[in-house]
Design a protein around this ligand. Structure first.
Ligand code: A2P
Length: 266
């Protein structure tokens, strides 16, 4: 849990999961003990997430649901309109965390964050935040008097976001790591493999434990019930500081996700 936001540090990522595969994976995750599900309008799986949540029989208030507004829908009216549709699709009265999916400097900050604050005041959302924002984007929001609770970004050992991490920490903004396993690539990293032997855990657990040790949340994705359970176990042990630093020192590579609409150079 973070100081500012009451969020389970390991969530279940649902990007690219649709239809019955999505229902099954989210059901397995809830059964394994996950209480934080990450979705987005763009993923097209709100209804599947809702079905898995309903079928689980777990009380709504025990599950933390994050979803995201697409970057073309960030004006005041469209944020409010999107949210009503999300509530309907997700079959819920409120969203725990509503994020801007990608920054869009064409739309004034006040439009989006004005709507977010209103939704928070009327308890339709508990927290709001952003995704794929650079330091510069966040400074723009802060200069208008708003502070996101979360910035969800790509983060894994060979893309550790050091500068953004230090900045967000200084502003009390929780980072959440998407693609925390580098879409699977990072599991083969020799340092990760070496540490997995030292602690007698899987490489995925090493990476997720390293992320949590830095005070960052993570939303690993899996359709394999064994891996789904394994990832949650990353919360059950503690990595020595020296090993956290070892992973911090892994050589950095370019980001994996770089779509045409990104504003990473800002
Ligand atoms: P699978 O669905 O077969 O488990 P990321 O969250 O970084 O995008 O990574 C997702 C990828 O990592 C998927 O290919 C997923 O495959 C794989 N994966 C997730 N958890 C584990 C794990 N504990 N061990 C091995 N592979 C994993």
């Amino acid at each position: 849990m973070s100081k500012n936001i009451n969020i389970p540090f390991i969530g279940f990522g649902t990007w690219k999961l649709t239809g019955e595969v999505c229902v099954k994976a989210v059901s397995k995750a809830l059964e394994a003990g996950y209480r934080h599900i990450d979705t987005a309008d763009r993923y097209g799986n709100h209804k599947e997430v809702a079905k898995a949540v309903k079928d689980s029989g777990i009380k709504r208030e025990e599950i933390f649901i994050t979803t995201k507004v697409w970057y073309t829908e960030l004006n005041y009216r469209n944020v409010l309109g999107s949210l009503e549709r999300f509530l309907d699709e997700l079959k819920t009265d409120y969203i725990d965390l509503l994020l801007v999916h990608w920054p869009n400097r064409q739309i004034p900050v006040e439009e989006t964050f004005g709507a977010f604050c209103e939704l928070k005041d009327t308890k339709k959302i508990r927290y709001y935040g952003v995704s794929n924002y650079t330091i510069h984007h966040i400074e723009d929001i802060i200069s208008k008097g708003y502070r996101p609770f979360v910035n969800q970004v790509e983060l894994h050992p060979s893309f550790n976001q050091k500068e953004l991490y230090e900045y967000c920490k200084s502003k009390n903004i929780l980072l959440t790591a998407y693609s925390p396993l580098g879409m699977g690539d990072e599991l083969k990293n020799p340092i990760v493999v070496e540490l997995s032997k030292k602690y007698n855990v899987t490489p995925a657990q090493v990476i997720l434990n390293w992320i949590i040790s830095r005070g960052i949340a993570a939303i690993p994705k899996s359709t394999n019930p064994v891996n789904i359970k394994d990832n949650l176990k990353s919360l059950e042990w503690k990595m020595e500081k020296i090993d956290v630093e070892k992973i911090n020192a892994i050589e950095q590579k370019p980001r994996l996700l770089n779509p045409p609409w990104q504003e990473f150079d800002y």
